[in-house]
Design a protein around this ligand. Structure first.
Ligand SMILES: NC(=O)c1ccc[n+]([C@@H]2O[C@H](COP(=O)([O-])OP(=O)(O)OC[C@H]3O[C@@H](n4cnc5c(N)ncnc54)[C@H](O)[C@@H]3O)[C@@H](O)[C@H]2O)c1
Ligand SMILES: O=C(O)C(=O)C[C@@H](O)[C@H](O)[C@H](O)COP(=O)(O)O
Ligand SMILES: [Zn+2]
Length: 358
């Protein structure tokens, strides 16, 4: 195992995010006292989940492997219900625990299963995608999708700890690496512009999970998220900044039937939010253009279909940041100066969309 970075997330029950290579041999003991641990995983991570399960068995814990459908197909009520059945059949009590081994979709599901089982048992995400490491596994937002939209059912249920073994990224498809960097770039714009400098200086290095640049980007993004959620777990204020770009992104995901990667939709959503802020007179043109440029360097999409506007607008109306019929967007008043744009009129929303539509 090489050097381990420990980033603490504060709040009622603080926990650590561990970042390093080969952290899982053996896995750190983050769940003391658990007799049974369920390992939720999708098919691509079966081998890793089995390997961890064998190691915990050797340490005297009974593992229960639960395979779930991959990616967004797993974030479904029927899948959660099947997991609860398995926990019940295996006699899981309040001292037992759940581990999610996979990308953000699996860890969102695992956290939600844990949040609801016996009204809340401990859980640990073993994040295996870049996006999972920098975002989904950290901060305690858990949940599933519904027919109406993305992440509409869920719970705030912080984990007992987070494991980010960088060696797992060696098998992550390049498109998923880039998708994860969209959330890293988001952190650059809302809080840590050094992230943007690093990507602009050497985009290829940012995309190489074995190198020091990618590790620095990952750790910087985790620190941004940890700082924000430490003070506002339930998103009653400052946490909304982490939703930068997501109002349009979630609508695109729904229109695409959840077949687009979340990070790709976020990339388009970020460029849209920047256009909106510029047209609203809040953001300078060069910072707005920087969004398109830096995401483009990573090969991420920055435009979306012109003909989808009405469907996107309808979906954005059920965004979680909306209050009644008033839409609210996270925008920038400048680099690293996130703020809220409240109640923009439909013409402004459409004008910004025309700037990013293809
Ligand atoms: N809870 C939060 O705060 C939060 C934050 C950001 C995103 N999310 C959610 O996270 C999800 C997106 O996460 P994602 O980008 O990780 O997508 P994902 O979980 O769908 O994973 C993408 C693909 O990569 C595969 N994969 C993961 N790790 C791998 C590895 N090491 N090797 C090979 N294949 C691997 C997965 O099986 C999947 O096929 C979305 O559902 C999004 O809403 C949640
Ligand atoms: O942690 C947060 O808060 C975020 O908004 C991070 C987002 O990147 C993430 O996609 C989150 O799941 C979106 O949350 P939602 O509440 O809009 O569903
Ligand atoms: Zn996101």
């Amino acid at each position: 195992m090489d050097e381990v970075t420990r980033i603490t997330v504060g709040g009622e029950r603080p926990y650590d995010v561990l970042v390093g290579r080969n952290l899982l041999d053996p896995p750190p003991r983050l769940l003391p006292g658990a007799e049974r641990v369920a390992f939720l995983h999708a098919p691509p991570l079966k081998g890793l989940a089995e390997r961890i399960a064998e190691q915990v068995r050797a340490a005297g814990v009974a593992p229960l492997l639960i395979e779930v459908p991959d990616a967004e197909a797993g974030k479904h009520l029927d899948v959660a219900a099947a997991c609860w059945d398995r926990l019940g059949e295996a006699g899981f009590t309040r001292t037992d625990a759940v581990v999610g081994v996979g990308g953000g979709a699996v860890t969102d599901l695992a956290g939600f299963v844990a949040a609801c089982w016996l009204r809340g048992v401990r859980w640990v995400p073993v994040a295996t995608s870049l996006l999972g490491m920098v975002d989904a596994a950290v901060g305690g937002k858990t949940g599933i999708n519904t027919a109406v939209g993305k992440n509409l059912v869920g719970a705030f249920h912080p984990p007992a700890g987070v494991i980010c073994d960088l060696a797992t990224l060696d098998s992550l498809p390049p498109a998923d690496l880039a998708a994860g960097l969209a959330e890293v770039v988001k952190c650059g714009f809302i809080a840590d512009p050094v992230i943007l400098d690093l990507v602009e200086r050497d985009p290829a290095a940012a995309l190489d999970p074995t190198g020091s640049v990618a590790r620095e980007l990952i750790e910087r993004a985790i620190r941004v998220k940890a700082d924000v959620v430490s003070g506002d777990l339930r998103e009653s204020g400052v946490r909304e900044v982490l939703n930068y770009g997501h109002t349009l992104a979630h609508a695109i995901e729904k229109v695409e039937g959840y077949r687009w990667r979340h990070g790709h939709a976020v990339a388009v959503g970020l460029v849209y939010a920047a256009a909106l802020a510029r047209l609203a007179g809040r953001l300078d043109a060069s910072t707005a253009e920087r969004h398109r440029a830096v995401l483009g360097l990573l090969g991420l999409p920055t435009t979306y279909r012109a003909d989808a506007w009405q469907r996107l607008l309808a979906t954005m109306r059920v965004d979680k940041k909306a209050r009644g019929s008033v839409l609210r967007f996270v925008v920038l008043d400048g680099l690293a100066r996130p703020a809220i744009l409240e109640g923009p009129d439909d013409e402004l929303l459409h004008a910004a969309y025309r700037e990013i539509s293809s």
